[in-house]
Design a protein around this ligand. Sequence first.
Ligand SMILES: *Cc1c(COP(=O)(O)O)cnc(C)c1O
Length: 408
Amino acid sequence: MKPLGPIPPGFTAVDGELAIGGRRVSELVAEAGQTPLFVYSRQRIADRIADLRTAMPEQLKINYAIKANSFAPVLSYVSTLVDGLDIASGGELEMVRASGFDLSRVSFAGPGKRDEELEAAIASGVTLNLESENEAERALAIAGRLGRTPRLAIRVNPDFELKGSGMKMGGGAKPFGVDAARVPALARKIVDAGCEWRGLHIFTGSQALSAEAVIDMQAKVLDCADRIAVEAGLTLPKLNMGGGFGIPYFPGDEPLDIQAIGDALTDRLELLPETLAEAELLIELGRYLVGEAGVYLTRIIDRKESYGETYLVTDGGLHHQLAASGNFGTVVRRNYPVAIATRFNAEPEEEANVVGCLCTPLDRLADKAQLPRAEVGDIVAVFCAGAYGATASPSAFLGQGPAEEVLI
Ligand SMILES: *Cc1c(COP(=O)(O)O)cnc(C)c1O
């Protein structure tokens, strides 16, 4: 037996079935006309963002990193609840443009921005978080050619990282950002070149569940930003402090204590150095805002036995759920929260493996899970599917194509 991850709060049963936003999954699937189906809940997104705002200092702005989930209705909805959007490609810029969001509240980070992407961003008034000196040169040249004043911030590769984070994005040699020691000179250079100076971006990692680690990281980010500003002889109009807020995916994971983070940050903001006195402070989050609001529903197509083990074969799989399958940067495969949605109230009575329909042994959704007995036609729910599901899975693999998505 292998345990399953914790089902996020807020999901209940109606007539024995999992309900999302008060609606039974069989009803949602019937309406969508097919499985596999991602269902995202407006209410769960709204509650999450409201709770976060309550816990954080009032002046802290919250940005949404759209790569977590850029499904147009989700993007439009989240846009109404946050202060800004973070994008990481020209494709995401077009999605944000299509949503009608104010592009002056968008920032664009990410290595390897092409000239066309820089041009589209500058022409739209999007802030560029510069990833290198070379990118700065190119951005200034393009802005000169367009006759525009570019909005420029510098992404810092700091000399520390977010402890215990799932994906480390700072500390030591990295493709992201400019090494902290070289940032003051670059900042002076772009300010002297006449850009609209938008400050610093310091993102150190993702998926932290320890409040202590986040508090420690935020304190270091503020110190690092101050040191850079002092050395450059500049004040900071804006500081993007990164994010890193994680959600529980696996057995034993505990939710992040956001109140502890908010309290520590509130104390800290009373002692801001002069360089940051006027700065707009913000955090940028993806999965924390939308991850738990999504459920992936897939139907059992076959039930079979092999050498004494039971396999529930579904019509979904890693092509929509790369992370749940364990193939998205994980070393040891652990189970996500998974349930038989159409028997949500039933007691577990057998051990089964839930697999996808791809012809590869990598396509696993739950190993040796204790589940109610499920039959062909039952619907399986994979929770925590609101972030990095549809956007980060290889939906073209084996010609399967993307899943349906719906925001309710
Ligand atoms: C991916 C990314 C995020 C969002 O990460 P989450 O773990 O989803 O919160 C935020 N900022 C940057 C720069 C990123 O690359």
